[in-house]
Ligand binder design. Structure first.
Ligand code: UDX
Ligand code: ADP
Length: 459
């Protein structure tokens, strides 16, 4: 099928950047991103590119280049589905917060609603592409909804999982290691392959069956997260010995079979994918009664929770076992640098733990506002919204944030943190002034020379 119009349902971290790049590289295809969230669509259409709902290096430039030409943002979901030959589903698939599989399985209600919406309004044949990360065999559910419309419309379902990492999404999309397309119909697979073929070499476009494609996505994330939990486990051992985790990571990473990537010891991984995808894998394994397999992968999550808890426990015990009424400055709230995404960010859990000890928290993140910080804490439901609002304040300047603070906790590895006037920060803090570097981005000797009590992960 020749593709002239593409519809993407869901204008989020996956849909936005992916469609922007597809539009840029395929000027002859009209790409429309639709969303039920009107506020989001208005933001995507804002003249002021700094107001785009998603921050991602290089994204604003591509939107500026393509928006209004062949890239459009709209709330006209039905109309756009109707006119398009290919429809991407890029809606959110959060972990279920209720019922069977609570806390483990993916909540597929948004995906199902999309499938029903497509089934209802389509009058011509469509290729439906699942882009959201989905548990294995979701395509089956989408298929069964689409094939039971009673209409004379044919649907082909493809799985095309996203491997982009936030903060480097545009680079990852422009230069992917591989593009994975899973499907039954060769014609449908080739239609999508030709869209990517505009800029991705054919040998990097991998064709598989639907189930392999779905499982590959979960597995890739589980393997990456496993490396972080492995090095984080070693970071604790380093703290009890004379070993330095950066040196250990470098030494083992130089073995080309292991490789240097994903060996940065940290406060623990966050983001919308790793935890969710591993929980999914664990859930699927358990549902087949493969308990040893489930336990094995679950341990990656357990170690990650342990790492976050260990960081806040250490902070509290260092501050003489009490943080009650003390101002703790948190630098960074996003789950990693170069994104405004905060889903599953370690900062949320560390803050929550410190709030249980009645700390006063001051937050500064270059791309995350107070509304988001409050919403993240309220979502945990640990205390009332009023209490969160009382105890947690956000600032737009790191110097204000750290004024009169007892300690600074570095939660995100934003580059700008390294450029601060740390002496100025030191002078306005309570003494002794502590830094807990959850990302190992500052220099220990330099900080100690200024006067800080400095500690980092695994050193
Ligand atoms: C991840 C996968 O990398 C991507 O392929 C997939 O499509 C989606 O999930 P993302 O969540 O955007 O991408 O970020 P990633 O760079 O993988 O980092 C995840 C978390 O691990 C972050 O909190 C990051 O700070 C942490 N991390 C990463 C470490 O703590 N140490 C490392 O060495 C690498
Ligand atoms: P991701 O990281 O997977 O892109 P996001 O939460 O950033 O997740 O984006 C998902 C988007 O999908 C949200 O903007 C949400 O409003 C939108 N969405 C969810 N369900 C539907 C639906 N049935 N129709 C249209 N948009 C939807």
């Amino acid at each position: 099928m020749k593709i002239t119009k593409i519809c993407c349902i869901g204008a989020g971290y996956v849909g936005g950047p992916t469609m922007a790049v597809i539009a840029k590289k395929n000027p002859n295809i009209k790409v429309t991103i639709v969303d039920i969230n009107e506020e989001r669509i208005v933001a995507w259409n804002d003249e002021d590119l700094s107001k785009l709902p998603i921050y991602e290096p290089g994204l604003a430039e591509i939107v500026a280049e393509t928006r209004g030409k062949n890239l459009f943002f709209s709330t006209e979901i039905d109309e756009t589905i109707k006119e398009s030959e290919m429809i991407f589903i890029s809606v959110n698939t959060p972990t279920k917060t209720y019922g069977k599989g609570k806390g483990m399985a993916a909540d597929l209600k948004y995906v199902e609603l999309c499938a029903r919406n497509i089934a209802e309004v389509s009058t011509t044949d469509k290729i439906v592409v699942e882009k959201s990360t989905l548990p294995v065999r979701t395509a089956q559910a989408i298929k069964s909804i689409l094939h039971n419309t009673g209409k004379d419309v044919k649907f082909e379902i493809l799985s095309n999982p996203e491997f982009l990492a936030e903060g480097t999404a545009i680079q990852d999309l422009l230069n992917p290691d591989r593009v994975l397309i899973g499907g039954e119909s060769e014609d449908a697979i080739e239609s999508l392959a030709s869209v990517y073929g505009s800029w991705v070499p054919q040998e990097r476009i991998l064709r598989t069956n639907v189930w392999s494609s779905e499982l590959s996505k979960l597995t890739a994330n589980a393997f990456l997260a496993q490396r972080i939990s492995s090095i984080n486990a070693i970071s604790e051992l380093c703290e009890h010995t004379e070993a330095n985790v950066n040196e250990v990571a470098k030494a083992i990473g130089m073995d080309s079979r292991i490789g240097p990537k994903f060996l940065n010891a940290s406060i623990g991984f966050g983001g919308s994918c790793f935890q969710k995808d591993i929980l999914n894998l664990v859930y699927i394994a358990r549902s087949y009664n493969l308990n040893a397999v489930a336990d094995y992968w679950e341990q990656v999550i357990i170690l990650n929770d342990h790492q976050k808890r260990r960081f806040s426990d250490n902070l509290i015990s260092t501050l003489y076992n009490t943080v009650s009424g003390k101002k703790i400055a948190m630098l960074g709230w996003a789950f990693k640098k170069d994104t405004n995404d905060t889903r599953e960010s370690a900062a949320i859990y560390v803050a929550d733990h410190l709030l249980n000890e009645q700390a006063n928290i001051a937050v500064y993140d270059p791309k995350v506002n107070n509304k988001k910080v409050q919403a993240d804490l309220n979502y945990l439901n640990t205390r009332s919204e009023e209490e969160n609002n009382d105890l947690v304040k956000s600032y737009s300047d790191p110097y204000e944030t750290s004024k009169d603070a007892h300690a600074i906790a570095i939660m995100t590895e934003w580059d700008e943190f390294k450029t601060y006037d740390w002496e100025k920060i030191y002078n306005q803090m309570k003494k002794p002034a502590f830094i807990f570097d959850g990302r190992n981005i500052l220099d220990k000797t330099e900080m100690e020379n200024i006067g800080f009590e400095y500690s980092s992960i695994g050193k």
